[in-house]
Structures are given as C-alpha cells and as structure tokens.
Design a protein around this ligand. Sequence first.
Ligand SMILES: *Cc1c(COP(=O)(O)O)cnc(C)c1O
Length: 388
Amino acid sequence: MNNPSSSSAARPLQPATLCIHAGTHIDPATRGACSPIFPSTAYAYPNATNENIYPRYFNAPNQRVIARKLAALEQGEAALVFGSGMAAISTLLFAVLNPGDHAVFQADLYGGTHHFVTKELTRFGVRISFGRDAAELAAAVRPDTRLIYVESPSNPLLRCIDLAAIATIGRAKGILTAVDNTFATPINQNPLTLGLDVVLHSATKYLNGHSDLNAGAVISTSAVIQRVTASAVNHGGMLDAHACGQLERGLKTLSLRVRQHNENAAEIARFLQGHPAVERVNYPGLVDHPTHAIAARQMRGFGGMLSFELRDPGQVDNLLSRLRIIFPALSLGGVESLICVPSRTSHRTLSIVERREAGISEGLLRLSVGLEEAADLIADLEQALVKQ
Ligand SMILES: *Cc1c(COP(=O)(O)O)cnc(C)c1O
C-alpha cells in the first residue's frame, strides 16, 4: 500500500503529487506502478482482519484507493466513493438528518439536489429553508437546524458563498456544514481547511474529467464518514471496481487539467467581456464579478466554468448553430468545451418570473471551458458571435 499523504515528511505533499500517488494500491506480488482492478464481490472470510469485504459495503480495494486519494486531496480524514454525485448527496442527507430536523440550503442549488431536497427529503419530515448568501443562510437558522448546505461557485452564475462565514455559523451553533465542491475541485478550493465539516463531489465532472462515467464522493472526518457508511450500505449507491479504476486514472491528471481549465476560462472570460454582442460575463476571476472578493479569499484558482449573456437573446440559436468546436451539451468538467442554455435546461421548469428572480435570462449561456487550445476556442466564439 502506497499512501504518501500520511508520510511523516515535514513538508506536506502538493496536490499534483497527491493526484498521482495518494492511495495507490501497490500489489505486493507484481509491484506494478498502478492499482490492480479487484472485481470480486466475494472475499475469503474469516480473514486476518475479520472484515467482511463486499463492494456494497464500500470497502473493496478499488473503492478504498479513490477514498484515500480524495481524502488526501481535500485534507479530510476519510472519504467514501459513490456511483454518482446524487448518490453521495442523497446518502449524506439521509445519514445526517432525521424526521423533524430543519436544514438550510443555498437557494441556487444544482437542479438535481434542489429536486431531491424539495420533493424527496420533505416526504421524510425534514423541514427546509433557503438563503442566497451567508447572511441569509444565517438568518434562516432555527433552534432545530441540524445542517447548512451550500455550493460555491454556484450554477450557472458562479456566485461564491463565504465558506469561512458558513463554518463560523455552524461551529457557533453546533450545526453540521456541508459544501458541494464540484465546480471548484480540490485543486482550486479546500473547504475543510476553511472549517466546513463535509465536502461533496460529483466526480462525474472534473474529478474524472473525461465525460465518460458517473461517480460521486463525500469527504469528512472519520466519525462523519462512519455515519454516512452505515446509511450508504442500505442505499447501495456504490461505484464498481472497473469504474473506480477509470476514475483513478482520471484523477492522476486532475491538478494539471484544472490549472489549464483555469487559464483557458480566464482568457475566454476576458475575450467575451470585450465583445460588443455580449452584455455580461459571469466568472469569479473577473474583478467586477459580484463575489470576486470572496472567491479571491477562498480559491487558489477561479475554475473552468463561466456564463455569459447575449445582448440579443434572439441570437442564442444562431450562436449555437455556428459553433464548430464548442459542443452544445449538458454536464461539465470534461476535456471538451460544452455549452448550454440554462433557461432551457437546468432551469426550464421555473416560471419566467422565477427565472428572472434567479437571474437566469433567455440570453444566458453556460460554458464549461475545456482543454482545447484557448486561441481555437476564442476563434470559434468569435466567428459564431461576429454575424450578429
Ligand atoms: C452534476 C452535479 C451533481 C450531480 O452529480 P451526478 O454525478 O450527475 O449525480 C451535483 N452537484 C453539482 C454541482 C453538479 O454539477
């Protein structure tokens, strides 16, 4: 077993090194550099540790490789890997909330999470409130509040929540705090070091990074992960060994990829900001973004996601049909640039008034900036925008 994250060296290893080495299972028989894939669902029992190894118990070797790597990257004590981001999120919420409990959520949650908490969690007697920023979330806290749950940056306007402020509220009142760190990745932001209790990921996005598998993760203290595991074995949302192997391969280049996503997105944000057909660009790295100051305090890089509004919303379809490299699709965080129209996708079920309140106009486009050459992406946008 190779676990440099627990090495006693005085200087902590940097994320690029952890991406490659943390958690790797070195096979003693062959000493191969990569973790072997262990597909078994049956393991000899009793064995030396008297632990019943079974994939649905989340304790199979390849699941543990990913868990160790993600715990190291997020600087948590332990982690659990799931078959999707939603499996991670729903299992966490079932594990830490009881009927009658109150939980406070960020208003502009990822669509799947919003649907789960409003349509499912409430059926089990959990009471919910929403807030748009740290002050509103704090104001929503009641004596029976057991959880504060946020996302930063948010979808699709890339608003950042002051995570240290959320942690302070949680610590002062003994309320568990959780953050979906999917957009930022552990390369750009480590919420546990800011005092948050739990980090969640849709590993489908940047962690795997190649738009070819669904996975999720929860990272926290050993005590919280034990609680989540006890619930997870009942819900059964684990990731199989082959997918773990594929995710491990993706994770090895996470640091390298995210640094390039950051650079490409910053260049494209600047280009779009200077374009006459563009009304507004939402990117936390731009100094005029409403939450730039928060982002600059808590992030090491501003990420690969941005959104922008066309001056003429009637031009959205023309733009989409002219793009040659940037691909019109949902999802995000892969090597290829993807573009979508939130008013028609993630926010299509809202009324026009609700959408306006949420700041999602018909002319808003969300861009997941990929790893193509930035100059090629800019040229693609330029030729698609220019005819307006
Ligand atoms: C995609 C996504 C999820 C859900 O993840 P799945 O892997 O699709 O289940 C949760 N949160 C955020 C921010 C996401 O982008």
